[in-house]
Design a protein around this ligand. Sequence first.
Ligand SMILES: [Mg+2]
Length: 228
Amino acid sequence: MAIQLDGIRTIVFDLDDTLYAERDFAYSGFDAVGRWLKERMACPVDPATRMRQLFETGNRRRVFDELLLELRCPDVARMVPAMIECYRNHFPVIKLMPDAERALARWSGSFFLGLISDGPLRTQQQKVQALDLERRLNRVILTDEWGPAYWKPHPRAFEIMERESGQSGSACVYIADNPAKDFVAPNSLGWRTVRIRRPGGVYADMSPPPGGCEQFQVQSLDEVDIRF
Ligand SMILES: [Mg+2]
């Protein structure tokens, strides 16, 4: 359902599954890991194709283990960490979701636009680079610059956004997808919070911690109308 937010000056986004689909990153990573693997062992099936199937049908945390077991790899314990490294460090082929592309075009120039994202620093930096977000946003904060203790729900990144945009929380909005951690800090600082809940999203059924419930919910950024 469409929502209208008034009195906003600063719009801050989450990254994964808010501006682009994390599934696209996974598929891009499987391509990179597949190439890496084919240089090291015989693969009777295309490993990237098989990893996509395992990702869609099985335990997402065990895609690499399952693949190696199927390939009768004698050294799973040593190979899996190397595959994770390859996956995290590859330069991703990803793109903004169409509604995110339209939202940035709609709000650019009129609002202070920011990004707050957790996750391994190099991985997140390369996503930001692939999506050209340093150029399109006023401020990008990757919380892993300070270490995992400052990942959401820690408020530090949100406080910096307030300071650098020159606004108090009441003129800020955070748009994100994960109620388990995304909304606690901005709620406590008086921000407005919008949960993007695309059909079929990973966190579609998670319930929030105390104080972590979003104030608004939409299925697409096309439904968000933001004004001064
Ligand atoms: Mg997210």
